[in-house]
Design a protein around this ligand. Structure first.
Ligand code: HEM
Length: 500
């Protein structure tokens, strides 16, 4: 019996190996498919890929293959044969997506949780329309003016609470600021029971984004789908109340949130173009996904990199102290342009985003054969547009593992194609400017109020970027320090980010 089972298993393995060899030969004969290795049957090179995510250099998986096969290579990850691009020019073409050849390709658990009508999965004209509406609103000076006061208050309340804390975790604290702001720009829910409910259920919902795609009671995916149902129920009520309010009042005023933007557009559209209320409610929830973890992680990693680079922290503090003084002397309140006007602060943010790689790349699927720079991407194949490989490429960024905000004084716009923390082309993050504004406000009030000592902690890159211990710090207000103690800590040398 055991022999029989053994032979059967061997037979299956041999057939799979034969199948994969055949497939590799077929692709080679078609010509132009990037070189590479599809790895083991079924699992491909997934184990190596995941293992690199647990090291301080997650890009080593790409680097090794880039050296062997070139900047664009094929592999097999998470159950899918995939072409990985580490070439900024190829990345640009895929992201621009002229001719609508590429569609987003997320793992099955994410697809299940998003639903096919989510902005993250939709394609064609509908995606363009929702993207333009939301992006236009997030970029508008009216929103920025209003949200600046909100962000500033939220930052100040959180920072004030640090005074009574012996030790605090930056990754937790920054989430308190950003979740409230996110829910406010999306559907104007302020602090209270509803916000607490949204936070609780949303956390339960996103736990299932990376999990086994098995859906029956008790499984992670099932629990997350149930949380989404509860979220939808609550958001549906908000959408219906808002629709009634819009119908009763003047529709021409300034929209107060993303929900308003979608509802008004829908009201004005012809009957067959009108967006159903369920669609709007679902999209409001799904738009929380890209915004929820990214901004607090960027803030947290800025604190981490600055803690390891006292010279940069000192310069950042001086620049922001100058603004604080100007505002105090003039008696004027801050407006959004003040926060974005500080060049070194913006360079610190760019360098944080480059080094953090919070979204390390995006997955697409080709609907047709396409040739880019001589590489054939066959119909049905997935492409991983790897941002991290470009951000950590030493031909583009000297000493790529070094936190060096000064490099941006020389680089400027020259690296446009090679700096894509917010993606690019058709799906460029509509929250880009809002995120930079939030991070700028946070950094301004942080470095002009506190000095801190960070405990040892490590960045973990898999499945998403996080601090292993949530970045514990001890913070003290600057008022209690003598002037020469303010700002910089440590030995004045920036450490290499990978040696955390
Ligand atoms: C540091 C913060 C952020 C980073 C690094 C980031 C990064 C990204 C990236 C790389 C994409 C492109 C995805 C793709 O091409 O498939 C994206 C899309 C998107 N982001 Fe962000 N994001 C951030 C903050 C935000 C915020 C605060 C919001 C909302 C308030 C937001 C909303 C969106 C939406 C709705 C999309 C989908 C756009 C579309 O597919 O048309 N993001 N983001």
């Amino acid at each position: 019996m055991e022999w029989g089972m053994g032979l059967m298993m061997m037979g299956i393995c041999l057939s799979l190996c034969w199948y994969y060899k055949m497939r590799e030969n077929i692709e080679r004969n078609r010509g132009g498919v990037p070189k590479g290795n599809l790895g083991w049957p079924l699992i491909g090179e997934t184990l190596d890929f995941i293992a690199s995510g647990f090291t301080s250099r997650p890009v080593s998986f790409m680097d090794k293959r880039k050296l062997l096969h070139g900047k664009v290579f094929k592999t097999h990850l998470l159950g899918t044969p995939i072409i990985v691009s580490t070439d900024p020019d190829v990345n640009k073409v895929v992201l621009q997506n002229i001719g609508h050849i590429f569609v987003p390709a997320y793992p099955k658990s994410i697809r299940e949780l998003l639903g096919e009508h989510s902005i993250l999965q939709m394609n064609g004209n509908l995606q363009k329309r929702v993207h333009a509406l939301i992006g236009g609103f997030f970029r508008s000076p009216q929103l920025k003016t209003r949200i600046t006061t909100h962000i500033k208050n939220s930052v100040k309340i959180t920072l004030a609470s640090w005074q009574d804390m012996q030790l605090l975790h930056v990754q937790e604290e920054t989430k308190k600021i950003t979740f409230e702001v996110l829910v406010s720009v999306l559907m104007s829910v302020g602090p209270g029971e509803d916000l607490d409910f949204l936070k609780r259920e949303f956390e339960e919902f996103i736990k299932g984004l990376i999990c086994l795609p098995v859906k029956f009671p008790g499984t992670r995916l099932y629990k997350s789908l149930k949380a989404k149902e509860r979220l939808l129920k609550m958001v549906k009520k908000i959408v219906e109340e808002r629709k009634l309010a819009i119908e009763k009042t003047d529709r021409k005023g300034i929209p107060k949130d993303a929900l308003d933007v979608l509802l008004r557009d829908s009201e004005e559209a012809s009957e067959n173009q009108s967006l159903p209320l369920d669609f709007i409610g679902g999209n409001i929830i799904e738009m929380m996904i890209p915004g929820e973890e990214t901004v607090p992680m960027a803030m947290t990693l800025a604190v981490k990199f600055l803690s390891d680079c006292p010279v940069a922290l000192h310069q950042l503090m001086e620049e922001n102290m100058e603004l604080k003084k100007q505002k105090k002397d003039s008696g004027e309140d801050y407006n959004w342009t003040d926060y974005l006007s500080l060049p070194f602060t913006q360079n610190v943010i760019s360098e944080t985003l480059r080094l953090a790689n919070i979204i390390n790349g995006v997955w697409r699927k080709a609907l047709k054969d396409i040739d880019i720079k001589g590489y054939l991407i066959p119909k049905g194949w997935c492409v991983l547009v790897s941002f991290i490989s470009v951000h950590m490429n030493e031909e583009i960024y000297q000493n790529p593992y070094l936190f060096d905000p000064w490099r941006w004084e020389k680089l400027g716009a020259a690296v446009n194609n090679s700096f894509t923390p917010f993606g690019g082309g058709q799906r460029l993050c509509p929250g880009l400017e809002l995120s930079r504004l939030e991070i700028s406000i946070f950094l301004h009030h942080l470095v002009t109020t506190y000095k801190w000592i960070a405990s040892e902690d490590k960045i973990v890159y898999f499945p998403t970027v996080k601090m292993k211990k949530k970045l514990p710090i001890k913070a003290e207000t600057l008022e209690v320090l003598s002037p020469h103690q303010k700002g910089a800590t440590g030995n004045g040398i920036c450490t290499i980010a990978s040696k955390q």
